[in-house]
Design a protein around this ligand. Sequence first.
Ligand SMILES: *Cc1c(COP(=O)(O)O)cnc(C)c1O
Length: 385
Amino acid sequence: MQDLATALAQRQADQLYRRRRTVDGPQGVELTLDGQTVLSFCSNDYLGLASDPRLVATLKDGAERFGVGSGAAHLISGHSRAHHELEEALADFTGRPRALLFSTGYMANLGILQALLGRHDHVFEDRYNHASLLDAAKLSGAKLHRYGHADADSLADQLAGTGQGERLVATDGVFSMDGDAAPLVELARHCRQQDAWLLVDDAHGIGVLGEQGRGSLDAAGLGIKDVPILMGTLGKALGTAGAFVAGSEELIETLIQQARTYVYTTATPPALAWATLESLRIVRAEEWRREKLRALVARFRAGADELGLQLLDSRTPIQPLLVGDAATAVRLSEELLARGILVTAIRPPTVPAGTARLRITFSALHEERQVDRLLEVLEEIIPGP
Ligand SMILES: *Cc1c(COP(=O)(O)O)cnc(C)c1O
């Protein structure tokens, strides 16, 4: 048997050891973390809905109506009216014939690729895709081809070079650790020309980008013909939990029949779907949340530019500050925390070696003075250019 203690000690020596911190009380821009009050810039609760009183009330109401547990998988007796209504609302939101709920985004990605591909097929993925899409490719048994980050030409070459079998291209809509957008228009063009499926994982675009928060596809002007498979998550901008796939009638029916992560798992609590319906209504109606986010991001980028900080080219609420090695990222994150600011260090293997970073994210509930405070502390702890 392998020596786990030695491996853990090595991980610690490499500054790659990860620890959890415990949050007391609700999610928000101010958190009580291991007893300390901190100003947080690291959640994916971009619209500030995770603790919205209207969602709390709807979740309670949902529990009164539907109880807590769903009792079974969707195909047995766990598919509640609340799940069904949420699926219809998500189909309407995304402008697609059908939507299907999954327990998590991770499970949705695994299910899609496993249901559509087999070992004689090919899957093409951006180098920076989320881990769940890479794991999904492995589970599907298809041959995995990785193309350069956001490099549609490199994808086109790879597509042209493969012959037999189904081909599916999978990309994040907004890259989770970089905040930049995939070149969706070009990717869609190549996929149409080559008759390949295109799957966009819009975990970080849904709610944040596009008209009414419809996401990256809406922002890029792309529809179901361009991108037949859209995956969105509910635990980020929507502030609840779970995920969905939206697409054609045939796609959704195929997933219901064949996606093992759909078939062989207990449906999530119906009350959660009930609360997500309310969240979706708020996301669509409250444009001010997206406007506020854009204003906060612009304020931060302008301030960071003045300080000569090295930001990536991102227009989303994900604003990573590149620092290079893992040890520096960890040290800066600790120095921020000592000054009451929570920003997590993102290290390999989540990002490529040498590109460790502070992943700064914004929420519509941040205030301008809190962004200014973050800039002040960054100026203090990072030596000028
Ligand atoms: C968070 C995330 C997922 C996983 O979604 P969960 O609902 O948290 O399991 C999938 N893809 C991307 C790009 C993500 O950022």
